[in-house]
Design a protein around this ligand. Sequence first.
Ligand code: EPU
Length: 420
Amino acid sequence: MNALRIHGPTRLAGKVRVSGSKNTALPVLFAALLFDDEIRYENVPRLWDIETTLQMVESMGASFTWNKETGQVSLFPTVKSKVAPYEWVKRMRAGILALGPLVARYGEAKVSLPGGCAIGARPVNFHLDAMKQMGIQVGVEQGYIIASVPSKIRGAEIVFPQVTVTGTENLLFVACLADGNTVLKNAAQEPEVIALGNFLQLCGAKIDGLGSSTLTIHGGKLHPPKMPYSVPPDRIETGTWIAAAAVTKSEIEIQACNPLELTSVLSAYREMGLKIEEGKDFLKISAPQSLRPISLSTSPYPGFPTDMQAQMLSTACFAQGTSHITETIFENRFMHVAELQRLGAKIEVNGNTATVTGPADLQGAPLMATDLRASASLVVAALAAHGSTKISRIYHLDRGYQRLEEKLRQLGAQIERIAE
Ligand code: EPU
């Protein structure tokens, strides 16, 4: 296994390019299962979750080529087996995104239940209940979701009890091939859902309301997109660079990003004292010598993203005063707190709120990564901690950040990957 060793504190400087969005690439790759012909993609990030997705569709009979340097993927979705096995879904919960395309296109699917993960129980009951309302028979046998279509998939009016990103995405797949119109209420408004909707529109789908909480989908036929689909930039990677600049009191330029998708993150960091210049596809960040504390809650888009909560918690450790950070999306997403405390952070968790007293004088220590964004928060903290920090189990980081240490080194960080 690999670990990262970071020597701090450091000052970052220069420019960094954001890679393609993981959480957009995943659903658009699974979307290929809706077709028989080749689908081409560009700007696909080089990540473990992409590797897992491609191997998973390969296990169903598809073939692919992936140029890891250029980010070009060609997927030939010749599906023979409509099964998403446990061995893949347990590695990556987003494997549940195979369910919608398989059942919509082939009328049958067998997809492993994802089970729990480090950030909470994460059930998929909203996906399944909505599919049942559209005429899909769904049962669970021996840990697998068994879905079939006895007559046809019918459009329906669905109200999600809670906003669900992959739930909305799975239902978009199904609704596009349903008989009649589907209305999805309390749908996710995340940029990744809009991007999937845009991809499906390139395939002939008729979807109204993208970016709002009510989506209307007029069921019909789909065709493969005529041009290669380019994956948009990753907004959480962008936010992670802002956090890294904030704790290291640095000036950096973040390139190839989309500032419009980061409104809540930018406003939180501005409140903490950062100067941020926004361009069409870049951000110039200038962090102050002393950060102000902050109080915020995570919420579905356009609110502050749960995927930035851990990195913000690390930032708050360096602010002058007391910050309050409340997690409202996942019940168990404070695994990084115990690790940050090992660096000397003063954080108390009560229920779903973390109270952070800063500024803490963090000292390097051996740490353990627990999930993807928790790992990112440890890297952020280690950049500003005094001395050497070793972060073990960084395979979590490799699931979602392309060439993180290479990019950090280019910005001047002292960071190396070591084998353990
Ligand atoms: N929920 C249910 N039942 C369901 C679906 C969701 O109770 O059927 C609950 C979840 O347990 C959670 C909340 O609803 O408490 C929201 O979960 P959601 O379904 O929106 O999460 P997801 O679709 O599984 C995606 C991202 C996550 C991101 C969340 C929230 C992908 C592949 N994953 O997960 O990304 O945190 O939305 O924005 O898009 C990450 O990239 O690190 C990551 C975890």
